[in-house]
Design a protein around this ligand. Structure first.
Ligand SMILES: Nc1ncnc2c1ncn2[C@@H]1O[C@H](COP(=O)(O)OS(=O)(=O)O)[C@@H](OP(=O)(O)O)[C@H]1O
Length: 383
């Protein structure tokens, strides 16, 4: 990623006092703000697996998002009317803290994830090509960035995906350019809400810091990359387009710059050598797990034999998923499948567990996995 011209280490000479707690208690009350195109589906998988394992309750939307792109409302949470507080919340929404607090426990830990704005813009362009009106009539991101205002009309359908997407998802106003003072106030407020802001560009480092913030075992944050585009769906980004994208997404850039700095301060408090060592350990575990569970690397949906593991596809972009190794035992199949189950199918599975009777009528059983995850009968065609 040659356009990532950004400080990613602690400035030379700056001293960081190490204040890392050695003893902790695992957190079970968590809100993850899933921003778009920032590796959120992979983080979601971590939370779904954890909640699934410990039988925690999820604040779930009836469908797959909480009324996005409207600002979140507590009434969109399935079961909110019972007055229940939920353990976990992690589906797409446009963030509104006051409403989130109505359904979550008072001691909820908040976190989110950001990504280099140029990467987000490239990913969003291919994924939302037919959803965002700004992208619909333009052939490439380069062409769009030659004259974005020709295509982009604020507030037009899907255009939240076309400019300052992360800023928008955080519930901030994309139509008003804040002053420096206002910007500082916004950052202070976000710093106070989110216990940690992860970076997709440093995903493994993020998982290590997250697991310490949550006091979870390392194995619980081992993941396979989900929701990635095929190479054929990726176009190289020229330096010129990258510079323009940074200006076009200046609010996202300010956001990323602030949280990139705080991420590395957090990392320094943890200890950079310690972080590196744990990242190596995490990668080693991922390798072992991949060798055990997966048949090769990520592949296009149509090549995935078991339809239940095919990820949702939008437009012409190819979103990849995985095949499990043939011959896994029943227990291994169940365990391995949880790592590769795409977001929508996993949400259905959790929904079925939480609302058994209501779910029966709603779920398309041909494409989802109910409870428990079953291995297809040996010897029968899987497709
Ligand atoms: N582990 C890890 N490390 C780095 N990057 C990762 C990881 N997992 C997912 N991704 C990339 O994140 C992009 C998908 O983001 P989301 O899952 O948030 O998308 S969505 O909004 O839910 O549709 C998508 O980016 P693009 O491939 O550029 O489109 C994924 O490749």
């Amino acid at each position: 990623m040659n356009h990532l011209v950004l400080q990613s280490k602690i400035p030379a000479g700056q001293k960081i006092t190490k204040v890392w707690p050695e003893k902790c208690k695992a957190r079970h009350h968590i809100m993850f703000l899933k921003t778009h195109k920032t590796a959120g589906s992979t983080v979601l998988n971590v939370l779904y697996r954890y909640g699934d394992h410990w039988n925690l309750s999820f604040a779930l939307p009836v469908h797959y998002q909480f009324g996005y792109p409207s600002l979140f409302r507590a009434t969109w949470v399935k079961g909110h009317d019972t007055g229940q507080r939920f353990d976990l919340m992690c589906n797409h929404m446009r963030f509104r803290l006051s409403e989130v607090k109505k359904v979550m426990h008072p001691d909820t830990f908040f976190f989110t994830i950001l990504r280099h704005p140029v990467e987000v813009a490239a990913s969003a362009f291919s994924y939302y090509k037919s959803t965002a009106s700004a992208f619909r009539n333009v052939s490439s991101l380069d062409s769009f960035m030659q004259n974005p205002l020709h295509f982009f009309h604020p507030g037009a359908q899907g255009n939240n995906y076309a400019r300052n997407l992360m800023w928008f998802d955080l519930g901030l106003d994309p139509h008003k350019k804040p002053t420096q003072t206002e910007l500082q106030k916004i950052f202070t407020s976000l710093d106070n809400i989110f216990g940690i802001v992860l970076l997709a560009d440093y995903f493994d480092e993020s998982m290590v810091l997250l697991r310490h913030a949550l006091c979870w075992p390392l194995d619980d944050v081992v993941t396979f990359k989900l929701n990635s585009r095929s190479n054929a769906s990726m176009a190289a980004i020229s330096q010129e387009t990258a510079v323009r994208l940074r200006q076009w997404n200046s609010l996202d850039w300010a956001l990323y710059f602030h949280f990139n700095t705080s991420f590395w301060h957090h990392a320094a408090r943890f200890g950079l050598a310690r972080l590196d060592a744990e990242v190596q350990e995490l990668r080693a575990r991922k390798k072992v797990l991949a060798a055990h569970c997966l048949q090769g690397s990520a592949v296009e949906g149509r090549i995935i034999n078991d339809k239940r593991f095919r990820p949702f596809q939008l437009g012409s972009v190819q979103i990849l998923g995985y095949n499990l190794k043939p011959g896994l035992s029943r227990e291994e199949f169940t365990r391995c499948s949880r790592f590769i189950l795409p977001e929508l199918q996993y949400k259905d599975r959790i929904y079925v567990r939480q609302f058994p009777s209501k779910a029966q009528a709603r779920i398309n059983w041909n494409h989802t996995i109910g409870s428990p995850l079953r291995r297809p009968p040996v010897g029968k065609a899987k497709a």
